[in-house]
Design a protein around this ligand. Structure first.
Ligand code: ARG
Length: 277
């Protein structure tokens, strides 16, 4: 474990978000989505806007993507691509209902001059990929088991030129990597071991001996679906216990209420893609 008074240093980030103007729960593709529960779109937009302002107030740049009618999950911008060192590995969604989101993201990156690599394999962008620039010289962690398929991990490694470590997710409630694991700074992660196969847990323990370990209560509160700039950790306000653990490790928790978007099975990180030039 890290020492309590360790000084954490924030690094300025650039993010991409998409307002939940057309957010709805019209289909159920993860265990959190309940078709019988209504969604308050105005409240969702309000909570999303507060998240956006939180990032801006922390000094980060936030780009926005234009939301499209008929794509109720488009607010979960993390799923649209995965960007490392200026190269964008595009998404190819598992479910037909979200397939068209990939083109909206591709258009954004191409319009802004990013080097875009189109995928041939099923993958849901930063939902299942995380990048740790200072871990082992620059490491990509990749989840599989529910959405992103294993061949996409090899494809991402070829596209991005960084070693990709495959981790198998085993609990359907944690269907994307980013609801079970998060980078908390350039070289370290927080994660819930129970979301991973026993072998993947061993891999994580070997790679990240100083990780902040979360329990099922932290993970079920969507605590791990967080965004950190290396010092400030923006996370779901329900995850009070995880906030305490992060504070003890020297980070500054910044809680935000995203209750409405939780109905879609997502929280902070799902709403935010990181653009890494
Ligand atoms: N309803 C969306 C889905 O099931 C939620 C996506 C959450 N995004 C994420 N990065 N975990 O695909």
């Amino acid at each position: 474990m890290v020492t309590v008074n360790q000084q954490r240093v924030p690094r300025k980030r650039t993010y991409l978000m998409c307002a939940p103007e057309h957010f709805a729960v019209e289909y159920a593709i993860n265990p959190w989505m309940d078709l019988t529960v209504g969604v308050d779109v105005a409240l969702a937009v309000d909570q999303w806007d507060r998240l956006r302002h939180t990032l801006v107030d922390l000094g980060h740049d936030v780009h926005v993507l234009t939301p499209q009618a008929g794509l109720p999950d488009m607010v979960f911008a993390a799923n649209g691509a995965f960007v490392v060192d200026g190269t964008v590995y595009g998404a190819q969604f598992k479910h037909e209902q979200r397939a068209a989101e990939a083109a909206a993201h591709r258009e954004f990156y191409q319009k802004h001059g990013w080097h875009f690599i189109a995928p041939s394999e099923t993958n849901e962008g930063e939902g299942d990929f995380a990048y740790l620039p200072e871990a082992h010289g620059g490491l990509i962690l990749a989840g599989h088991g529910f959405r992103t398929e294993l061949p996409a991990h090899a494809e991402a490694q070829e596209a991005l030129g960084r070693p990709v470590v495959s981790l198998r997710l085993v609990d359907p409630r944690f269907y994307h990597l980013d609801v079970a694991l998060a980078s908390i700074d350039d070289g370290n992660v927080a994660y819930f071991p129970g979301a991973f196969s026993a072998a993947s847990q061993r891999v994580l323990a070997q790679l990240f001996p100083d990780a902040v370990l979360a329990d099922d209560e932290d993970a079920l509160a969507f605590g791990l679906n967080l965004v950190s700039d290396g010092a400030n950790v923006v996370l779901n306000s329900d995850a009070t216990r995880l906030a305490g653990k992060l504070k003890a490790a020297g980070y500054t928790p910044v809680p935000v209420d995203l209750a409405e978007l939780k109905k879609g099975g997502g929280s902070v990180k799902c709403c935010i893609a990181e653009l890494r030039p």
